[in-house]
Design a protein. Structure first.
Length: 146
């Protein structure tokens, strides 16, 4: 398997993990804390990211799992977010920012691995959306800290 496919499969799995983590976290929150809208936007966004990546991998003849990873690190990250939900809002946004920054790094790897492959040019747009999510989380964290 080529390096770019391995990198893209890892990204595909992490996008699923991200979506599922937001779904689990969404189930834990109550609307008065203001997280529901943020989580709902990320869930919809990650569904769309997943669909596009999955479709392009399929076009290249790559069969990928529809489930997330069994990686303990990703699971621990979402458990940390769940635990933070019972704490203060700043802690929740810290966990979100950490997870989004990790996803951003995977996008950077995938973009580098697919350089010169126009069929993967959409990754830059998805990366920009992840960066916007980080900016939004930082803004919300500041707003809650005030």
């Amino acid at each position: 398997m080529t390096d770019h496919i391995d990198t893209l499969k890892k990204l595909h799995t992490r996008v699923i993990d991200s979506r599922d983590g937001y779904k689990r976290s969404r189930d834990e929150v109550q609307d008065e804390r203001g997280f529901v809208g943020f989580f709902d936007r990320r869930i919809a966004e990650r569904e769309q990211f997943h669909s596009v990546i999955h479709r392009q991998l399929g076009a290249e003849g790559v069969d990928v799992s529809e489930s997330g990873s069994a990686a303990a690190a990703a699971h621990r990250g979402w458990l940390s977010l769940k635990d933070a939900l019972t704490g203060n809002d700043e802690a929740v946004y810290d966990e979100i920012i950490t997870g989004e920054e990790q996803l951003l790094k995977l996008y950077d790897e995938a973009i580098a691995a697919t350089a010169g492959k126009p069929e993967w040019s959409f990754l830059s747009s998805q990366r920009a959306d992840v960066h916007k999510a980080i900016t939004e989380a930082r803004s919300e964290k500041s707003r809650h800290a005030a």
